[in-house]
Design a protein around this ligand. Sequence first.
Ligand SMILES: NC(=O)c1ccc[n+]([C@@H]2O[C@H](COP(=O)([O-])OP(=O)(O)OC[C@H]3O[C@@H](n4cnc5c(N)ncnc54)[C@H](O)[C@@H]3O)[C@@H](O)[C@H]2O)c1
Length: 269
Amino acid sequence: MYLEEMFGLKGKVAVITGGGQGIGQTVAVGLAKAGAQVVIVCRSGADETIKLVEAAGGTAYFVRCDVTDESSVNAAVNEIIERSGKIDILFNNAGACYHKKAIVLDGEDLGGLNDGEATVEEWRAILDVNLTGEYIMAVAVARTMIEKNIKGSIINMASMSGSIVNIPQCQASYNASKAGVIHMTKSLAIEWANYGIRVNSISPGYVGTPMSQPPFVHQELLDAWNPLFPLHRMAAPEELMPAILYLASPAAGYTTGTDVIVDGAYCCV
Ligand SMILES: NC(=O)c1ccc[n+]([C@@H]2O[C@H](COP(=O)([O-])OP(=O)(O)OC[C@H]3O[C@@H](n4cnc5c(N)ncnc54)[C@H](O)[C@@H]3O)[C@@H](O)[C@H]2O)c1
């Protein structure tokens, strides 16, 4: 009973962006198991996530949305309000990354670690999804929370890359975007504190998802990462769930404006 009061999400509506696969999919199932109705917001379908949520005894539906497009986000949020009446929790998770150097010299051997030289358009595209997309989504959801007097929880997906610089791959745009997420989180936490809306971020280390596996990551890079993990492995997506459940739940009533690092001590090295 005590744990249910602290961590239970019965009657809550939880929106998860990028929930069709990877961390978002695992978190959708976890929040549903805690009692929340789950809404999967992503660009393509989320059939597999919905099946997994239902198999776990929960309920979920899918709303199509590109988080970089303000009108798409507003339409998605309006649809959720029409169908569910409110939003209590936002897991602002959609994100993207590439491994490219800022400068590649003629004839330089990239050794399978990087995929060439980044263009300014590619830099902008990463900032657009990871930072501006989370901002657009957070603002649209917080507006409904304020209108409906919902003391909600917004959890922004950052990364340990917002605090340290990963090696040996180059990903300046990703690192900068995630550092931006951490400080945007603190800024919005202060701005919305008077409304009782809590805003926190989570910063995982490497997590075993499509983003950190072949073909997105070359075998040479995986081999280079392996000796760098203090716990000798990446995290499983499920290992983020306790921190996310905490931030989403009444247990975190006095926790806002913080970044929770779940990195197996990677940032300590
Ligand atoms: N996997 C890791 O090692 C790791 C570590 C730290 C942080 N993260 C962060 O966790 C989040 C989820 O990553 P993941 O590992 O599950 O990767 P993933 O590639 O499996 O999932 C990312 C999801 O975001 C969606 N997405 C991308 N652009 C979008 C857009 N414009 N609109 C809507 N949806 C969009 C994708 O379709 C996908 O479903 C990302 O923000 C990522 O930066 C991942």
